[in-house]
Ligand binder design. Sequence first.
Ligand SMILES: Cc1ncc(COP(=O)(O)O)c(C=O)c1O
Length: 417
Amino acid sequence: MIDRKLADSHSRQKQDEEVLQWVKTHKTELPTPLYLYSEAVLDEAVAAHRALFPENARGFYALKANPQPALVSQFARLGIGGEVTGQAEWELCIAAGLKPANILAGGVVKSLPFLEILCQAGPAAIVIESEAEWARLKQVKNHSQQTKILLRINPGVSFGGLNMAGGSQFGLSTEQALAIAQECRSTAHLELLGLHFYFGSQRLEVDPIVQAVEVVEATIQTFGAAGVPIQVVDLGLGCGVPYLARDKALDGADLREQLQTRWQNPVWADIDIWFEAGRALVARSGYYLTRVIDKKQLHGETFVFLDGGLNVHNPGVGLGGFLRRNPHFHFITNPFSPPEELITLVGNLCTTADTVGTHVTAPFLCEGDMVIIPNAGAYCQTTAMWGFNSQPLFQEGWLASDDSFTLFPPQYQYVLK
Ligand SMILES: Cc1ncc(COP(=O)(O)O)c(C=O)c1O
């Protein structure tokens, strides 16, 4: 176990070094602020997440983590469908070339017009979040085929961290779901495929994930006992990534071992497992690149100004959770720079909240040097304060495994159109 954990961490370090070396070589040509996505890292993250599940499990990428259509296409190339939270993400998936049958329609509140579009298109399934949503779905008249549904279960228990189960507004109680399941049997055009579970995000500990799977197993048994057979269980495990310098990476080897044992439980024998994930699939592939644009001494502190802070990069751990906590940093400086200094890294916004790193020990930075934040592929883009101070936004680019580089149309172009 310890050896595999070490091997995982060495391989991650080696990938980071390769990307940083490439950036160093191409430093002058790269526009900033830039999100650079590495194909090698993305492929590896997908393989590592798949390895948590049985071999035939079907995967969906949660676009909310990063809706960049070019990334959605890359996931499709790897056999991963899309999980969308509404019509805009649905359209991004279609534009990225995904077939409706490979798109899972989630999202907290789906309107009747959106449900009508879905029932015409034929998604992998529609995830029902509430009794009201079920009532809206029943109003849809035209279905191009049987419309498949999953019922999202909120078991009423919480596993801490970024909790989205017990105490949250998401999903149905087991009783509500059972009632819908019974009704579905006699509802034309609608077919109950199974259950959906998503208990929380940014999990860096193995135990809450495994405990959540135990609750899933108990729920499957409850449905079985009520005479409602379940074909599919969709699981969002909420695996996290170490954004902050103090975060420890999730022990993927331990999680893999524990989950692979759990799938042997007879409860899973006749069930197709689907997984949906955002962060675990995309976060590590993204590197946020920003340039030093100014530097000053003030009351004994050294402030280094970057060309993009909070308006283009939020470490994605949730507002209130990131302020004044430092992510990991890499620096690309002049090799002849004097030794290290203690600095505070800030962006270019008129708010003290725009602090990227506080009291960071860094090499001596000059204008034009680069500061790089790894693990920046998920939520950092979409949860940033885009409009504030009307500062320029970010570019996005792809570093392919053959070292070629392509700029993507930035994702905000699709939102701000
Ligand atoms: C229902 C659902 N599925 C999937 C995700 C993606 O989660 P993660 O990025 O933690 O994998 C979320 C995140 O909030 C979610 O709410």
